[in-house]
Design a protein around this ligand. Structure first.
Ligand code: BGC
Length: 250
C-alpha cells in the first residue's frame, strides 16, 4: 500500500509517498517552507501544495509538531498559537480533499524507527529524541508507544523548556558552535537518563545527520545511535499511522 506521509515542521513541510509494507519512500521527497506566521489557514495552503505536487488521492498521514489528541492540536510551541484546539485533520482534510490522520511528529518518527529502523528487535525502554527547531520525544517500552511525552519541554535550569537550550533551533538562535551545543545536549540526555533509565537513545531530526561530529561528546550509560531513517522517519511514520487508522476505520 502506498500512502502519502507529510511531516509538518516549524520550518519546513515535507512529503513523500511511502510503501508502508517496507517503510521505504516510493519516490522523491517534496518540501515547502512553513509559512510565517504559521496559522492554520496558511499551513493548509502549503499542505495542499504538497498533495497537489504528488497528484495524490487517498488517506494522508500527518506528523504535526504539537501534542495531538484525537487529531486536535493541544499545544503550539514553535507554530502559531492559533493552532491550539484546532482540528488538524479537519483543516488539512478540507484543504486537500483527502482523509487526513494526524499524530505528533516525534511519535510518528519513533514508530517508523521502531518498525523499520534501529528500534527493530529492541524490547526494553527506547527513547527517540528528534532534534530540530524544537526537541521532540517518543518513548517506547517493549515496542509500545507512550504518546505525547513532550520531553523537549522538561523545565530546564534557565526556567525555560529544554528545547530553548539545546535544540537545533536554539543552537542557531543563540549562535553557539556544534561542539558547545553537543555538551549541552549531553547534559540533557543525562538528565533524561536519570529520569527514565532507557536502554537505547535514538536521535532523529535534522541534527542526527551530523552525529559523527559530536558522538564522542555524548556520555551516557545507554547506547546512543542516530536514527537509521534519519530525517525521513517522520514522513514514513505518518504514512504508517494513516494506513493503520484507515484500515481500522477508527
Ligand atoms: C513540540 C513537540 C514536537 C517537537 C518537535 C516541540 O516544540 O512541543 O510536540 O514533537 O517540538 O517538532
Amino acid at each position: 500500500m502506498h500512502i502519502l506521509g507529510i511531516d509538518v515542521g516549524a520550518s519546513g513541510i515535507k512529503g513523500a509517498v511511502v510503501d508502508v509494507a517496507n517503510g521505504k519512500l516510493s519516490g522523491e521527497r517534496f518540501r515547502v517552507p512553513t509559512p510565517q506566521p504559521s496559522t492554520p489557514q496558511a499551513m493548509a495552503g502549503a499542505f495542499a501544495e504538497i498533495v497537489e505536487y504528488f497528484n495524490y488521492k487517498g488517506p494522508i498521514g500527518c506528523g504535526f509538531p504539537s501534542i495531538v489528541k484525537n487529531g486536535v492540536a493541544k499545544s503550539a510551541s514553535n507554530i502559531d498559537k492559533s493552532w491550539i484546539d484546532t482540528d488538524i485533520q479537519q483543516v488539512f482534510g478540507k484543504a486537500s480533499g483527502c482523509p487526513v490522520f494526524a499524530t505528533n511528529d516525534a511519535d510518528a518518527a519513533g514508530v517508523a524507527e521502531m518498525h523499520h529502523g534501529l528500534g527493530v528487535g529492541e524490547n526494553g525502554l527506547v527513547l527517540l529524541i528528534t532534534i530540530g527547531t524544537g526537541l521532540g520525544s517518543a518513548l517506547f517500552y517493549k515496542g509500545q508507544l507512550i504518546p505525547n511525552t513532550e520531553l523537549g519541554h522538561v523545565l530546564w535550569k534557565h526556567g525555560k523548556p529544554a528545547e530553548a537550550w539545546c535544540s537545533s533551533g536554539a543552537r542557531s538562535k543563540l549562535k553557539i558552535s556544534r561542539s558547545e551545543w553537543a555538551d549541552r545536549f549531553n547534559e540533557y540526555l543525562n538528565h533524561l537518563e536519570l529520569l527514565f533509565s532507557p536502554d537505547l537513545f535514538i536521535l532523529g531530526g535534522g541534527e542526527s545527520k551530523f552525529f559523527e561530529q559530536y558522538k564522542h561528546q555524548l556520555k551516557t550509560n545507554a547506547r546512543v545511535v542516530p536514527a537509521k531513517l534519519l530525517n525521513n522517519a517522520g514522513i514514513i511514520g505518518a504514512a504508517s499511522y494513516a494506513s493503520d487508522k484507515a484500515q481500522s476505520g477508527k
